[in-house]
Design a protein around this ligand. Sequence first.
Ligand code: GN1
Ligand code: MG
Length: 343
Amino acid sequence: MKNITAIFSAFGLDASQYLIDQSSTGLINQTFIVSDKISSKRFILQQLNTAIFKNPIAISDNIKLASASILAVDENYPVIKINPTLNSEDYFVDEDSNYWRLIDFIENTTTIEAIARIDQAYQTAFSFGKFTSLLQNANTENFIPSIPDFHHLDLRFEQFKTAYALTDDERKSKAKDCIDYLLSRIEIVNIFNKIEKELLIPKRIIHADTKISNILFDKFSLAPKAVIDWDTLMPGYFISDLGDMIRTMVCEAGENESNLNKIIFRNEYYAAIISGYKAAIQLTENELNLLSYAGKFMTYMQALRFLTDYLNNDVYYTITYPEHNLDRAKNQCRLLQVLEENT
Ligand code: GN1
Ligand code: MG
């Protein structure tokens, strides 16, 4: 970390009084856990990835709006607390135009990187459902999407078509099965367009990154304690949040698994996710009719995004070998098939 002293002093802190640990999790922002050598008080110091989050102020404004709205309903909810700089700004912008923020650390908590038990699926779904439910009085129009059209499936489909038109023959032919399969399931895009056009379901404030590692669990009781990573809070449909939980928790093997025989549907996990979510939030009749669409919607979109990145010569997702994105796309296509067979 460059300019440690300048960054700390912008927040009124003396860098020499703090221990700094880089956190290894999180692929997008750079995260440090800093602790006061004497009092042990801890903060999260983060450099926001402004290549992806082009409007940092929108993010901190969204977080503050959401906090106020949640606290009005539940004054004890562990909201994200952003510590302002001495100039009362939400970020310190360093000489290289990097955006730094200082967030309170929520003590006595632990995270789960990979789901191991059915009750964790229920708790995760309950926590994210509760989060959106607590935000139901918030005015969605006041939230600025930190990534515009993030989960707009039709736009993702357009991006795929553009990538296909520009890619070389080799990638086109290697990706052929995957492309044909997704084209054969175009109905999933059509349903999204119908939802949009006919205003079938409400726009809610969604979290848009509902993986289990974005829940803090109590270190001792292991009960869920807080929802973290509010950077993608935005108006959207419940199918994004519920669907991403189904996509990431229903199968033991994750999106990086290249052995497709390991993509197996776990009905008990699926049932736990659905019941945890439904227990936390009152869904409309149209929403209830789309429960089984949610997982297909998100899995289709993720397959399309990995495939598009492969066709674009891997410019978005970090890859560790040449066909990584293609393998991920195939993995998600298989998962989609499995979801279609079982839900
Ligand atoms: C990215 O980096 P991570 O895992 O938080 C992506 C998600 C995808 C996910 C797939 C801002 O999230 O939308 O579902 O990869 N986030 C962004 O692994 O694009
Ligand atoms: Mg994230």
